[in-house]
Design a binder for this molecule. Structure first.
Ligand code: KG4
Ligand code: ZN
Length: 340
């Protein structure tokens, strides 16, 4: 089984070819960091235009690198949401056009499912169900992953996502964009105990997250301490929140492993602390390689492969969805804003 995957929901344009037996035949990615840097964040209109320019060439390069033609692909998987709607439409329309031209099925992939299943692309031993901490720029959730299309959301953030907190903190500390890697780098040279910062919701009975209060306190204290100490103390506060909340969720489910995915899973302090938590519970810990944590098309192709194997394909009029919760049954959380 050979799947072409397309990703364009935020500021990375990507195309990949992945097989059902976990071989990544090609993976092409174009970043837009430079285009957005002057604005200190992703500008949706600039992102959509860049996706339009890049997606065609990336698909051609991926096919060439894998040395296959479109007719050899079994299905085309494209991110259909959630994300910035202009960008999502570019990848989804491209996927539909390629599927139509090659007379292959379309698989509309939820970007979050791409992150959620990504650890299984590089770890064939990872079995369902597993507890997933999904931490990215737009989301912070704990999910029980039972299979493709089968998710139980145990917790979400009532305000900011963890990656968003990293990005805003980086801005406040003058560390630039994108923020997560910059904060991690600065934190390496700082003292995580130097600045007293809050750990919102730590100790509460339900495993939800909150980062807005932490960010405001960083804003209040920025300038009073060395940037490295601020970064290290902020990162430690996020790690403490993630670990405490995940520990509560672990007590509520039966899982084969603790898994972390999404852009913030690239952070070594986050990975290390979760690995220790898993060990404490006698559980396997699985985290994708760093390149597979941040947005990419291999994870979309792989989610497509898992969905295709499970018998799911989608009609060519499948809509682009700016919001698309993985668990539609999940209860609304008091205080939760627009985050799915
Ligand atoms: O999954 P992703 O690439 O895009 C979304 O779907 O949101 O995640 C991007 C987020 C950004 O907020 C970025 O700052 C954060 O992941 N991130 C990190 C690190 N690398 C990326 N946060 C902390 N430490 C990192 N090393
Ligand atoms: Zn993502």
């Amino acid at each position: 089984m050979l799947i072409l995957g397309l990703e364009s929901s935020c500021d990375e344009t990507a195309a990949a070819l992945v097989t059902g037996d976990r071989r990544i035949l090609a993976h092409k990615l174009a970043r837009q960091e430079e285009a957005h840097r002057p604005y200190g964040g992703v500008v949706p209109e600039i992102a959509a235009r860049a996706h339009v320019e890049m997606i065609g060439p990336l698909v051609e390069q991926a096919l060439a690198e894998a040395d296959v033609t479109l007719s050899e692909v079994d299905a085309v998987a494209a991110t259909a949401g959630p994300g910035l709607i202009g960008g999502v439409m570019v990848g989804l329309v491209t996927g539909k056009a390629l599927a139509l031209a090659a007379n292959k099925p379309l698989i509309a992939v939820n970007h979050l499912e791409g992150h959620a299943l990504s650890p299984r692309l590089t770890d064939p031993d990872l079995q369902f169900p597993y507890l997933l901490l999904l931490v990215s720029g737009g989301h912070c959730q704990l999910l029980l992953v039972e299979g493709p299309g089968a998710y139980r959301r145990l917790a979400t953030t009532i305000d900011d996502a963890a990656g968003e907190a990293f990005d805003k903190t980086a801005k406040l500390l003058g560390l630039g964009f994108p923020g997560g890697p910059a904060v991690e780098e600065a934190a390496r040279r700082g003292d995580p105990r130097a600045v007293p910062l809050p750990r919102p919701l730590v100790g509460s009975a339900e495993p939800h997250f909150s980062f807005a209060g932490l960010k405001s306190d960083v804003a209040r204290k920025a300038g009073q301490y060395a940037v490295e100490d601020m970064a290290a103390s902020f990162q430690q506060a996020v790690v403490d929140c993630l670990v405490d909340r995940t520990r509560i969720a672990l007590d509520k489910v039966t899982a084969s492993a603790l898994v972390v995915a999404g852009g913030v899973a690239a952070n070594k302090a986050v990975r290390g602390a979760l690995e220790a938590l898993a060990a404490e519970h006698g559980l396997r810990f699985v985290a994708p390689p760093l390149w597979l944590c941040t947005d990419n098309a291999a994870m979309i192709a792989w989610a497509g492969a898992e969905r295709f194997a499970a018998g799911f394909t989608d009609p060519l009029d499948f809509p682009a969805r700016p919001r698309w919760p993985l668990d539609p049954e999940a209860e609304k959380v008091r205080g939760a804003g627009v985050k799915a």
